[in-house]
Ligand binder design. Structure first.
Ligand code: HEC
Length: 114
């Protein structure tokens, strides 16, 4: 085989490998998206209840209206932002990798219970 031909085969193989890597990355992203909670209640139960149902780590617990009243008075946007960035004993996004929209669902659900 001539050197030129084997170079071309190598180049084609490299393109194929790159394509497979890209497809794999897309599949992983889709799998992660498929595993996202779809309701605020589900998000709360999966990602937030560990702290907020018991009030552990100093988290304001669900049903503690006094603790939530002042926080809710800050406005929804502030609650979203603080949850996404993390606050005090709460890690960013409550320790999840969820996108902003899912975090907002969870915050809305928590606010609706208080
Ligand atoms: C590791 C424990 C932990 C987890 C998990 C957690 N939180 Fe928190 N959260 C806290 C603590 C502690 C605070 C109080 C922070 C402070 O005021 O210093 C808090 C405060 C909040 C507040 C009030 C913020 C404010 O401005 O006063 C909201 C809203 C909130 N959490 C939403 C969520 C949501 C939504 C989730 C799930 C996606 C979640 N938290 C998961 C510990 C947690």
């Amino acid at each position: 085989m001539k050197l030129g031909a084997s170079r071309k085969i190598f180049a084609v193989a490299a393109i194929l490998v790159n394509a497979f890597v890209a497809i794999d990355a897309m599949a992983n992203a889709l799998a992660a998206a498929a595993d996202l909670p779809t309701t605020g209640k589900e998000a709360y139960e999966r990602g937030c209840a560990s702290c907020h149902s018991a009030g552990s780590n100093g988290a304001p617990f669900i049903g503690d209206h006094a603790a939530w009243g002042l926080r809710i008075a800050q406005g929804r946007m502030t609650l979203y932002r603080r949850t996404i960035l993390g606050k005090g004993g709460m890690p960013p996004r409550g320790g999840t990798q969820w996108p902003d929209a899912t975090i907002r669902l969870a915050v809305d659900y928590m606010v609706s219970l208080n």
